[in-house]
Design a binder for this molecule. Sequence first.
Ligand code: ADP
Ligand code: ZN
Length: 209
Amino acid sequence: MYHGAQDGWVEVISGVMFSGKSEELLRRVRRALIARKRVQVFKSHLDDRYAGVFTISSHDGSRIDAHPVSSSVQIAEFVQPDTQVVAIDEAPFLDDGVVTVVNDLADRGVRVIVAGTDMDFRGEPFGPLPKLLAIAEKVDKLHAICVVCGDLATRNQRLIDGKPAPAEGPTIQVGGAERYEARCRKCHQVPHLDRDQTELDIDDAPVSA
Ligand code: ADP
Ligand code: ZN
């Protein structure tokens, strides 16, 4: 890479859901294994989308499993002293302490690859991701395709029964295609319960009522 072998650094793979962040994280991990680096992969325990699937095998037969963690402290505990590359998927679900953990690892000479969506479903900065973007040496922002209009998607559209979810919902709600869509800025909708409830009610009401 662009740093010397002993130097640590932080790289962030960010962007909307379905933009290929996990694919890109896996690609980088696979290549680090080919380079015979000692790699450890972590992911939030909240995300069980690929429970048991996130196992990477390299051609020389080495295998690596993503270690589920519930807090940033656990990452610090589980990282072995001789680990050279640490990959963390779904970082927004972790606590703010992940910023310090990641910085400390990089200071120790570890290459840290962090992936996660940078905005919540409202389009606001999500968890520790904005801070990670700020401290990273390298940032990639990936895009998906807006499922409404086909433009580049940058926003996470949360849906409830196929309709835009209100802003008042919980920030963290793990889900896949049944609950989220990738959309562009124009097609992204975040109704407010107070202001838009009447409109929502009218939409939901039977036409003949
Ligand atoms: P992320 O980790 O960013 O959520 P993944 O790596 O899990 O993304 O998945 C990326 C894959 O999702 C793409 O390669 C593509 O096959 C699929 N996909 C589904 N919906 C979309 C979309 N709207 N735009 C782009 N890719 C999509
Ligand atoms: Zn669109």
